[in-house]
Write a protein that binds this ligand. Structure first.
Ligand SMILES: Nc1ncnc2c1ncn2[C@@H]1O[C@H](COP(=O)(O)OP(=O)(O)OP(=O)(O)O)[C@@H](O)[C@H]1O
Length: 614
């Protein structure tokens, strides 16, 4: 639904399409953008989607700055209507002026609030759009992208960096406009009122610039160290939660606590220093403010006593001197913040510009009633250039055939399946499905041909019922239960307090590995596809259940092609064909009897496993 909300939105500046890029640099505050100008332009172009709203917000910000500049002028005028000689005051004029000042204060509050609210809404929209685009992009990126980018880094870009763009840049933009206008407006009015007092107020410029520079330089380096310490601390926590069983099993609690305490100490130390330096800013600015205030008061008072200047003008100057250093201070601090946000924005754009999965070929088709005829013709593949994993693989599997892939760890069995399901594309050669090259089959329809149960069972947050239904969202409850029975999952599900309504998730540990595998098999059993792939799908369940499941699945898939990858050779001996994969090639091929007779690699593997069983 959230998606629909924005599908019609134009996003001219979001994606450049194609493009390379995509470094895996960790998020580092204080890190500068490589192309700050280009990144800024791109952000501005995104904001321009809401051009009128942004313009309104900027206009309101400008208006509030002008009002802020006008207030001291009118306050001064209130004092100037006092007639020193007659010691009288025109009350009507005074009341009008006071009313004007009050009105200006009210208007300023209203305009500033309205401007901020509008800008906030726009920046939230920007976050929404960027996050949605980012997430959509994540679904379209090839798996090879995730092989080279850490998950934590990608997540950090989606959360921290996107947030940074909206909050920092939106806030900084309004602050910059308001600061520049306040400075310029105040200067113009002050010069018009009196040049000498203006020069006194301007004394604060080098003081503010110099001190802000020193303080921000120091605090920035400590903030950077603080972020690095925080990242390291998070890393320790993450590792400890994931590896808690290992920590307990090897009794490493104390060492882990010490490791955490050291990092925690370093974090505290850096945070303390960062806060102390940042905390200097306000008092220092106050001192400068008060100094200038006192100078203006003394010199202005002196000039007024001499009759060179009206008292009201001195009062105006006192107010201007008070509000002059704040924008200066804000502008000085802003460049640093903007640099950081731009670095974050660049990291977000890097992902948005990553090359997506190859699009469907123009003549891509959708197979009608596929039967599951699979052919690998001269297929070569490498995950990384120069490191060939599969070398010239050739085989032809007829519909309904049960093929087992065996071989030592890392031989390339899963890789064959990865190519068949088009998780990756072959470097050369072709993979044919019912005689059609899979590169000429529409991607959106390809997943309808396979039921896949992978080595790692992935569950999503939801009920067991929802998790099984993941593969076929229109399946009825009865169909889900039937699939669960077939996968031998029904019995254990029924024993759970809430049965099929029990909540599970990817990270919760409330199910055993074997039970998770049974749910994954039930999920695969629920969708009727011509090809079934079980990649070590039953490695964590006991041998008897494994055999029962395979029998049930094979019965279900009777007329469908099946690929089984299993290390326990006893479970695949009934396969129509066994392929021994090794050194990137098919080393042996045949059924169990043929391969045993051949007394080759397969025979050795079986014999050694039988030996282990004895
Ligand atoms: N995403 C990847 N990026 C780079 N190399 C990979 C990737 N996945 C697998 N490999 C490498 O490819 C080779 C074959 O891996 P594959 O997973 O196909 O082996 P396998 O025969 O299925 O092993 P196992 O029995 O342990 O599951 C291994 O050397 C592995 O290190």
């Amino acid at each position: 639904m959230a998606d629909n909300m924005h599908t019609n939105q134009k996003m001219p500046a979001l994606t450049r399409g194609g493009g390379g890029g995509g470094g895996a640099a960790r998020f580092a505050p204080g890190k500068k953008a490589k192309d700050a100008k280009g990144t800024l332009e791109r952000i501005v172009r995104i904001y321009l989607q809401w051009g009128r709203t942004v313009f309104a917000a900027m206009l309101l910000t400008a208006l509030s700055s002008l009002i802020a500049v006008a207030i001291p002028y009118f306050t001064g005028r209130v004092f100037n209507i006092f007639d020193v000689e007659t010691r009288s005051v025109d009350e009507t004029v005074m009341m009008k002026l006071l009313a004007a000042v009050l009105l200006l204060y009210g208007a300023n509050w209203l305009v500033t609030t309205a401007g901020s609210v509008i800008m906030l809404r726009v920046s939230q929209k920007l976050v929404y759009v960027l996050r949605t685009e980012f997430f959509k992009k994540m679904q379209k990126l090839p798996l090879a992208f995730y092989d080279t980018h850490s998950h934590g880094d990608t997540m950090s870009r989606l959360t921290n960096d996107v947030d940074n763009i909206s909050t920092t840049i939106a806030q900084s933009a309004t602050q910059l406009i308001s600061s520049i206008l306040t400075l310029a407006g105040s200067l113009i009015v002050m010069f018009a009122l009196n040049i000498w007092l203006t020069l006194v107020v301007l004394l604060c410029v080098p003081l503010v610039a110099g001190l802000t520079g020193v303080i921000t330089k120091r605090s920035r380096s400590y903030f950077l160290s603080q972020q690095i310490s925080l990242g390291a601390l998070n890393g320790i926590v993450e590792e400890d939660i994931l590896g808690l069983k290992m920590v307990k099993a090897f009794g490493r609690q104390e060492e882990e606590s010490r490791r955490f305490a050291e990092q925690n100490e370093s974090l505290c130390e850096n945070s303390r220093k960062a806060q102390i330096w940042a905390g200097f800013m306000m008092p220092v600015m106050n001192v400068i403010n008060n100094l200038i205030f006192a100078l203006v008061a003394i010199i202005g008072g002196f000039m007024s006593a001499r009759g060179v200047l009206l008292v009201g003008t001195v009062v105006s100057f006192l107010s201007y001197s008070k509000q002059f250093s704040h924008p200066l201070n804000a502008i000085a601090g802003m460049f640093n913040t903007i640099q950081q946000a731009l670095a974050g924005a660049e990291r977000v754009f890097e992902i948005l510009d990553e090359s997506e999965e190859e699009l469907d070929a123009e003549n891509a088709v959708q197979l009608k009633d596929p039967v599951g005829d699979v052919e690998f013709a001269n297929v070569c593949f490498s995950y990384q250039p120069g490191k060939e994993i599969l070398k010239n693989i050739n085989f032809h599997v007829k519909p309904g055939e049960v093929v087992a892939l065996v071989g030592e760890t890392g031989a390339g069995k899963t890789t064959i399946v990865n190519l068949l399901t088009r998780f990756y594309d072959a470097d050369s050669g072709s993979i044919l499905l019912d005689g059609t090259d899979i590169r000429n089959i529409k991607r959106s329809s390809l997943n309808k041909y396979f039921s896949v149960v992978l080595q790692d069972t992935c569950l999503f947050t939801g009920t067991i019922m929802d998790n099984i239904r993941y593969s076929n969202t229109v399946a009825t409850d009865e169909e889900v239960v039937r699939a669960a029975r077939l996968a031998h999952a029904h019995e254990f599900i029924e024993r759970l307090p809430k049965g099929y309504q029990t909540m599970v998730s990817g990270s919760m540990d409330n199910l055993s590995q074997g039970q998770r595998q049974l749910l994954a098999i039930a999920r695969a059993a629920l969708c009727d596809t011509p090809i079934l792939i079980l990649d070590e799908a039953t490695s964590s369940v006991d041998t008897k259940t494994e055999k029962d499941i395979q029998r049930a699945m094979l019965h279900l898939m009777e007329h469908h092609t099946s690929f089984l990858i299993a290390h326990r050779l006893s479970t695949i001996r009934d396969a129509d064909r066994i392929m021994v994969i090794g050194e990137g090639c098919i080393q042996e091929m045949g059924n169990h009897e043929e391969l045993m007779e051949k007394k080759g690699i397969y025979c050795q593997m079986v014999t050694s496993q039988m030996g282990e069983m004895k």
